[in-house]
Design a protein around this ligand. Structure first.
Ligand code: ADP
Ligand code: MG
Length: 317
């Protein structure tokens, strides 16, 4: 069996900020990403794909909102599962087609994945993750009263949004299934899992129940990569490299970074919480828990990044 890589596909690699989000637009972006992943599979890598779901789950929540009173409103966990189905289906079909084009036979399957979170996680007291549509202040107040939602103002976009907790992922419920599928005699099982960070669930005496929360997809990818003993964690996003002084005149792209350097830069504030921060923390956790290598780059740079010609490569040290 070749090296095993967990590849986390960022939201922007599926749906760019300025795009409408039509199925056609998503499929075209996914096709480009999958063509690069297919080339990696051709080089004998065993691949598990994870993905973001921000814009998609936002649209699912919006549809729920508009249809309220006509069709039953689904809770957050069900909406996350729905987004895993939508996006997983698109990746699964597209990757299969791309593999066929280059003559590779493989099975590609997406797996609805649950992620255990701790009900005592501080995040439940302090929801921070904005989701779904923007509302005017009066509507936001009404929703907060009626549904008990926490609403937060987004000053830049001049609207209010619902915020939900983003607890730490503890355990991937379907991890053993994923492991067996990819580590079997036949290494041509490509699995799409932990989409949108996985469906957050909590353990109770009665068994698992869904939580009104979202899990960060980079954190979930790192936990998944560790628990299936992956060699590599690759995060595909919309920047070619990790930078220090990002967006400033002294910006510098890094081709290589150790855990020690990453920890230092993180403390100095080079990696903000909503974007690069979770990727770097996930990378550090993966490397400190037995992972060999982390790559952060764009889908287009994937092949060259594997040859250490592009992207940011992170190792222990
Ligand atoms: P994804 O959907 O792929 O997770 P994010 O938007 O969460 O994408 O994270 C990628 C973004 O992080 C980039 O588009 C970039 O604007 C931002 N970013 C913040 N700090 C840095 C940094 N130090 N180096 C590179 N990109 C950074
Ligand atoms: Mg992100």
């Amino acid at each position: 069996m070749g090296k095993m890589a967990v590849i986390a596909v960022g939201g922007n690699a599926i749906l760019e900020a300025d795009e409408t989000g039509s199925a056609e637009a998503q499929l075209e972006n996914i096709r480009i990403t999958c063509s690069h992943i297919a080339n990696m599979i051709k080089k004998d890598f065993t691949v598990v794909i994870t993905h973001g779901n921000g814009p998609q789950v936002g649209n699912i929540l919006l549809r729920n909102d508009i249809a309220e009173g006509i069709a039953p409103v689904m809770p957050m966990d069900v909406c996350v599962a729905e987004s895993q189905g939508q996006i997983g289906y698109m990746i699964q079909q597209t990757l299969l087609n791309e593999l066929k084009k280059i003559g590779i036979k493989a099975r590609v399957t997406s797996l609805i994945t649950q992620v255990v979170v701790d009900p005592n996680d501080d995040a439940f007291e302090n929801p921070t993750k904005p989701i779904g549509p923007y509302y005017p202040e009066s509507e936001a107040e009404r929703l907060a009263r009626k549904k008990g939602w926490t609403m937060m103002e987004d000053v830049a976009r001049q609207g209010f949004r619902r915020v939900v907790p983003s607890p730490e992922p503890k355990e991937i419920v379907e991890c053993e299934t994923i492991k067996r599928l990819v580590q079997g005699e036949d290494d041509r099982n490509i699995i799409i899992a932990a989409g949108g960070g996985g469906v957050p669930v909590i353990k109770t005496e009665q068994g698992l129940i869904g939580a009104e929360a979202v899990v960060d997809k980079d954190f979930a990818s790192s936990v998944l990569a560790t628990s299936i003993n992956a060699d590599m964690l690759i995060m595909l996003t919309d920047v070619p490299c990790v930078a220090i002084n990002f967006g400033k005149s002294q910006q510098e792209y890094l081709s290589h970074m150790t855990v020690a350097e990453a920890t230092k830069y993180l403390k100095e504030g080079h990696f903000p919480p909503g974007s690069m921060g979770p990727k770097i923390v996930s990378a550090i956790n993966f490397l400190e828990n037995g992972g060999n290598e982390v790559i952060i780059t764009t889908p287009e740079n994937l092949e060259e990044a594997m040859d250490q010609k592009k992207g940011t490569r992170m190792v222990l040290g």
